[in-house]
Design a protein around this ligand. Structure first.
Ligand SMILES: [Zn+2]
Length: 337
């Protein structure tokens, strides 16, 4: 990638729609919070913790992810974690972000739901960025647990816009959560789900047909099913693609094997995200630089990805149009690839 192209993707206005806030916890902040809360970590130093990030699949990642989250105890901890992410997002020219959070990871440890939601929400309110929250259910737990989590979160309904489904995908198909998603739909919540990352394309279909999701998180394995790919393109179903996560977890062995270009060529509303940036090697611009370095992507692709990120956002139409206009104005300044 040329220096000019690098600057173009770094500086372009963009939205991030697939970021787990607990996955933005940097080792330094984990140690600060551990000290503040008197939590003893299994790692003697920041370096030792960072060295443990050499996981190679979804499950080994999730094991250390939940260990890191154990330092979050108080409302202020959730605020500090979220404020740190929002600062990094702002530096990457993110204009709008929809942040996932996993309340079950915290309520199971005795942290009150109020502290989780209020801490994250207060940081969003204090940030100059446009930011909303999406509550995610952990799919390795039961649907009953998800229903109880939803009920516990409903007193704070005005502080989140939707629900999602994350954690271990294989063996936990979308249909396991059909009832809780139906209830969320009745409540007017926006619906998303992780599907087609480690799980098969069939999980994307059941997320669409049984959960009625409005966005697919990851979804990169859709290309294994041409009919599904055509369907996703025809319905302009967004895919929140996470390049560094995909290579770190070996969904693709190397970035040059990533299928982002094929997804765009198939007419899919694919966009780029960081997933769990502290664990996967970088924030949003790191993802853009890595994938543009490895694949033959140019100016038109950058423009499309920036537009897709706002098209896929859960924003009121006038706000969405304002961001799309900002993207088009930005790109009108460049006429060479
Ligand atoms: Zn994710």
């Amino acid at each position: 990638m040329t220096t000019q192209m690098r600057a173009i993707v770094q500086n372009m206005p963009k939205a991030e729609l697939h970021i787990h806030i607990e996955g933005s916890l940097e080792p330094e902040l984990i140690f600060t919070l551990a000290e503040r809360n008197g939590v003893t970590l299994a790692y003697p130093s920041v370096d030792a913790l960072r060295a443990a990030y050499a996981f190679t699949d979804l499950q080994s990642f999730l094991d250390i992810y939940y260990a890191g989250a154990s330092v979050l105890r108080k409302e202020q901890d959730f605020y500090d974690m979220t404020a740190a992410y929002l600062q990094r997002a702002q530096a990457d020219h993110v204009r709008h972000t929809e942040i996932f959070f996993d309340p079950q990871t915290h309520t199971a440890r005795g942290v009150p739901m109020a502290d989780v939601i209020n801490g994250i929400h207060r940081a969003c309110a204090d940030s100059p960025l446009s930011a909303s929250l999406i509550l995610c259910f952990l799919r390795h737990l039961s649907e009953e647990d998800a229903i109880a989590t939803l009920e516990a979160a409903l007193p704070y309904r005005d502080k989140f816009i939707g629900v999602g489904l994350d954690s271990s995908e294989v063996g936990h198909p979308p249909e396991k959560f059909a009832r809780v998603f139906a209830r969320c739909r009745d409540l007017g919540l926006r619906l998303v789900a992780h599907a087609g990352e480690e799980g098969p394309p069939a999980y994307i279909e059941t997320a669409l047909d049984l959960l009625k999701v409005e966005r697919i998180d990851h979804g990169v394995r859709c290309l294994e099913d041409p009919a599904l790919t055509r369907r996703l393109a025809a319905m302009r179903m967004p895919l929140t693609v996470c390049p560094l996560s995909n290579t770190k977890l070996r969904v693709f062995d190397q970035m040059r094997d990533h299928n982002l270009l094929q997804l765009l060529d198939a007419g899919l509303v694919a966009m780029v995200n960081s997933d769990d940036p502290a664990y996967f090697g970088g924030y949003l611009n790191d993802n853009f630089v890595a994938v543009f370095d490895a694949l033959p992507l140019g100016l038109a692709h950058a423009h499309q990805l920036a537009r897709n990120s706002f098209e896929a956002a859960f924003l009121p139409a006038p706000e969405k149009q304002r961001f799309l206009d900002e993207v088009d104005t930005y790109f009108s300044a460049f006429n060479v690839v």
